[in-house]
Design a protein around this ligand. Structure first.
Ligand code: SF4
Length: 312
């Protein structure tokens, strides 16, 4: 299937996914947390998959079957592998643009050393680049890059792209317990993200079955600390904790507000009390959310924060 959805995405609203790499996974990485399974073909060589005409015609067909109110906010190239390995990527983006819907690409950024790839990605409206590691050792441990890739060149490629790209640039850092989540490792990754200077820096955790069984999400405390390390560097940081929306029926807006905000940002205690006050609510609601494990209290430096609970 070339296109799927639209699916709700916190980053992109309603997003119609486009898989420009058919069948088995082709990727320049073999990330230990990958949710699309083992890398079948580990490669850094670009090759043709679908022709841009086929891609366009399939997406057109999909869109025409949707109701007007389901028209997506973005067409997102999110592949069964690494989308920039598709040698037709640039032409496909140009063709898809004929549909008048902004184009997003989620890439591991490993091929940004190639000026041609950078130029092609510049045709998109929104690009997310993966930055899980701030050192070669951690990069090799978490992303398991293909032979022929080099950490310093890879980072240089991202920086070149960041200075060239005129659309919305996001970075995404996946934190894996015991692999890249120590304060030192997070600081190293954050210092690279700071140089990239994205519009938004996402921190995510594994939420679906990973390729390597031993992969686990870090604790809420570790995620909150990582959030603050990024924030202290002046980054516009948001958490992606795998919750793409809430439906709490009649339980009231204050509950939705607390759960939704704490999914994206840890809420400092004074801000939480202010939020409760504004809604005419008291701390009983807070205690209930803590008790039913929707949120968790964590300490960072001298302050207390509330963050979305994700270890159930
Ligand atoms: S870059 Fe993406 S598709 Fe490739 S192995 Fe990593 S998570 Fe999986």
């Amino acid at each position: 299937m070339i296109s799927f959805g639209p699916v709700p995405s916190r980053r992109l609203g309603e997003s119609l996914g486009i898989n420009n790499i058919p069948s088995r996974k082709v990727c320049s990485y073999a990330c230990i947390y990958c949710q699309v399974g083992r890398t079948y073909k580990h490669s850094i060589n670009r090759e043709p998959f679908y022709s841009p005409e086929v891609l366009l015609s399939e997406v057109k067909k999909h869109l025409s079957a949707l109701k007007e109110e389901d028209r997506p906010d973005y067409l997102t190239l999110v592949s069964n592998g690494e989308p920039t390995l598709d040698i037709n990527l640039g032409d496909s983006i140009l063709k898809l643009k004929e549909l008048g819907i902004p184009i997003a690409v989620i890439t591991n950024a490993s091929l940004l050393t190639d000026p041609q790839v950078r130029d092609e990605l510049c045709l998109a409206n929104w690009v997310s680049v993966k930055v899980d590691a701030g050192s070669e050792t951690v990069w090799k441990a978490i992303n398991r890059p293909c032979v022929g890739l080099h950490f310093n060149d890879h980072i240089e490629g991202i920086l070149k792209f960041a200075s060239q790209f005129k659309g919305t640039l996001a970075t995404e850092t996946m934190l894996v317990s015991g692999v890249n989540d120590s304060p030192e490792m997070v600081q190293q990754a954050a210092s690279i993200v700071e140089k990239i200077n994205p519009d938004v820096a996402y921190i995510s955790i594994p939420t679906r079955p990973p390729t390597v069984q031993s992969v686990h999400a870090p604790s809420e405390l570790t995620v909150s600390e990582a959030f603050h390390i990024y924030k202290d560097r002046g980054l516009n940081v948001e958490l992606l904790l795998g919750f793409e929306g809430t439906n709490f029926g009649n339980t009231g807006n204050i509950i939705e507000d607390i759960v939704n905000i704490s999914t994206v940002h840890p809420i400092r205690e004074d801000a939480m009390l202010e939020l409760l006050k504004k809604n005419g609510a008291d701390t009983a609601i807070l205690n209930e959310l803590l008790q039913i494990k929707y949120i968790k209290k964590v300490q960072y430096k001298s302050d207390t924060y509330y963050i979305r609970y994700f270890h159930l």
